[in-house]
Design a protein around this ligand. Sequence first.
Ligand code: PMP
Length: 448
Amino acid sequence: MSSSAALPKHIHSTGDLPKVAWAKGSYVHDVDGKQYIDGSGGPAVYCIGHSNTEVNEAIKSQLDQIAHGYRYNFSSDALEELTEIIRRRCGGTMNNMVYVTGGSEAVESCLKLALQYHAARGEMSRRRFIARERSWHGNTLGALSVSGFLERKRAFEGSLLDVSRLSAVNAYRPVEGATAETVGEACAQELEDEILRVGPEKICAFIFEPVVGAAGGCVPAPPGYAKRVREICDTYGVIMISDEVMCGAGRTGVWRALETDGVEPDIMSVAKGLAAGYLPLGAAIYNDKVADAIHGKHGAPMTGHTFTAHTACCAAGVAVQKIVEREKLVERVAAMEANFVAMLKDATRDIEAVGDIRGRGFFQALELVADRKTKAPFPAERKLFMKIRAQAFENGLICYPVGGNVDGINGDVVILAPPYNVTDAELTEIVDKTAVSIRQVLKAEGLA
Ligand code: PMP
């Protein structure tokens, strides 16, 4: 049977898809025997590659002990060991966590922890969130409310939280009146202006991605931005939330993405890379300041779910993080970043449409533009990013092209997020196939 022939269309919004069979390391195979190199770890998830025997054995042996130790009845070795690992990796005062099963739940928990912090301190007026355009925080109603991604929100408008929304912070596309050098300061000022406009006593938290993922295409915070945000949040008693679901857990060459910026948030989310896709796992991690208020007044966070700290998921997280630590994979990402970027630049040098290559660590994106000078995007109707995804698939490459990064509708970027343990040869294959796929689509569209 052909891999896609019998697929009922209603299951996938993206249409007919091949059926996956098995994967090992950086390679995925479908039921027709076609091989794909995983250049993006799916959506920046599979950071140590697929079918790792050590991780699988850890999960199996945990499941042989118990299905799941429900959080109100038991702690477990897996839960305690994972907590120790995350504490050590985060450093500072990020000592407290709520475990969940994914990124949206992690963000939702971050938002609730911020609300509970203010409630515990008797500041019930602090209910409003501030977030940014061109950001993605997840698909639950709260996480969707703080997201700035028009296409994904439109159908739910009217039922979402009323959130203050600031400009996207992007050195390649600075806000009006700013340059790549001044955009950080200008955008931090926007935050302060909004806090003062609404009234600090009404503001609960500011949430942002240190390196914007799906909604912007690996857009790093400009130098100094996060530090300024930290100062502003401290000045006005606003909680600083760092959404590290996509850019965290080592993806950018440091375990906590904001380490690069020299900043500790109050609360942060982590998910995708934490258990590397072996089982669903995420966490909302909060500092001692937030913990003291919440634990002191209410005893514990008023959030969590049946599968919070699912024992097997925690065991998967422990096994993955042990490998990441033992094999120094975060350090490896940091060491290989410059070469990865150089390879991308080299491979796409002749492609006029590649306007920007940006990111941190193994989280890099290529932005396509119709005109390098004006940075005008290609019209959204062309759906270039979708065509590149299809062409890459045809060529045996999994990458992560997304659209709408310019204004929510227009814009095409291709995100690459290889496994931290990718070999040199595999990285070359990923880069080459990315460049070839982009070139083929541009040519087929009459754009090159
Ligand atoms: N936050 C960010 C920054 C993300 O990139 C994502 C997912 N792409 C989420 C939250 C939501 O995570 P999940 O899809 O695991 O619910």
